[in-house]
Ligand binder design. Structure first.
Ligand code: NAP
Length: 325
């Protein structure tokens, strides 16, 4: 996904189409993001041009903004942020057969660039948005739902009857992880702040631990799978509550393997693209089998503020930017 503020277009006479892009101009705080007007990118033969209707906000946004992920994303600044979106196909590349102009699509980008009115993306990354799913709901799914689905598969054991503890259950990933773990037959413990406890209970967790008033390590024990969506001290306090063959999988503490004490198994996990699974999850949300909880819908102009609120704490569920507001 690339956007150029000054594209080379020799011998082209028609005016260039433009759109908004939320771009990072220097690593730092919320004021390092600016809404710029940029020229539309042209799709290559295997790509499509998408008009973005909505985009999901993720913890990765502020981590990239602050330069925490410089090694993973070798960005040329200014760079457009955003890792997931839903929208409508405006143009297709010459090799594209199975996506048409005007189709509604959604995707995890596997890179950056979703916070722009228009983006180009390889067609193989797209999932068709179910007709009965809104663009807002579609934009909330690719990263959170896929991460939750995949993280529960990491230990490679059947979750039926297993004891699972989910740290950070009120957030975007956690809200899906609770539902998937329950559907798989696990006994689900979940941690959440006082205000988020009712939300996580409503998702079906068997025991919700209010981490602001209770020590989870005194409530839960003999846990087969700890899913860490928070990082920091909760990882270190979780080793003691694992069952002898228990596993702790983290998506938030990159150093979890090095932090694993002797005889304990800690695993780092990073979400991978899986369009077939995303399509299936999207249909389940559309059909009301799975709940997608939207905490807040913001306008494009409030994206930078929403990214900062993701860093400092937000209401339960997922925040989505509505580009049509
Ligand atoms: N590795 C990967 O592939 C991958 C993929 C997606 C996301 N991530 C990362 O995973 C993390 C979670 O993502 P997300 O989208 O679910 O974030 P999120 O929506 O911000 O959710 C995190 C939740 O954690 C809760 N929380 C904060 N401190 C806590 C504590 N001490 N104990 C328990 N819960 C606590 C917060 O809610 P309450 O305070 O109300 O409980 C918040 O809702 C982020 O760091 C994100 O960057 C990694």
């Amino acid at each position: 996904m690339t956007h150029s503020a000054t594209p080379e277009r020799d011998n082209v006479t028609e005016p260039l189409a433009t759109g908004r892009a939320l771009r990072l101009h220097a690593y730092g705080g919320a004021d390092s993001l600016k809404v710029d007007t940029v020229h539309d990118p042209e799709p290559g033969p295997d790509q499509v041009l998408v008009q973005v209707k909505a985009a999901g906000i993720n913890g990765m946004d502020w981590k990239v903004r602050q330069g925490h992920l410089r090694e993973r994303f070798n960005l040329v600044l200014p760079a457009t942020l955003g890792i997931e979106m839903s929208g409508i196909v405006l143009k297709v590349g010459s090799n594209i057969k199975d996506v048409s102009m005007g189709e509604r699509v959604m995707a995890a980008l596997g890179g950056l660039g979703a916070y722009a009115d228009h983006l180009v993306i390889n067609a193989e990354k797209l999932v068709k948005t179910p007709p009965n799913l809104s663009d807002i709901d579609a934009a909330a799914l690719p990263v959170a739902a896929m991460t939750a689905w995949q993280v529960l598969k990491v230990p490679e054991f059947d979750l039926q009857g297993k004891r699972v503890l989910i740290h950070g259950a009120a957030g975007g990933v956690g809200s899906f992880a609770v539902q998937f773990a329950k559907a798989a037959g696990a006994v689900v413990y979940a941690t959440a702040s006082t205000k988020s406890v009712p939300h996580v209970q409503a998702l079906g967790a068997d025991e919700v631990i209010d981490y602001q008033n209770q020590k989870f390590e005194l409530v839960a024990n003999n846990i087969d799978l700890v899913v860490d969506l928070v990082g920091g001290p909760v990882v270190d306090k979780s080793w003691a509550i694992l069952s002898p063959n228990g596993v702790l999988v983290s998506i938030a503490a990159t150093d979890v393997v090095e932090r694993s004490p002797e005889g304990r198994r800690g695993v780092w996990f990073s979400v991978k693209p899986d369009t077939a699974r995303l399509a299936s999850i999207a249909q389940q949300v559309a059909d009301g089998i799975l709940r997608s909880v939207i905490a807040e819908v913001v306008a494009f102009e409030d994206l930078a503020g929403a990214i900062e609120r993701n860093r400092t704490g937000h209401t339960p569920g997922k925040t989505v930017a509505d580009f049509t507001r």
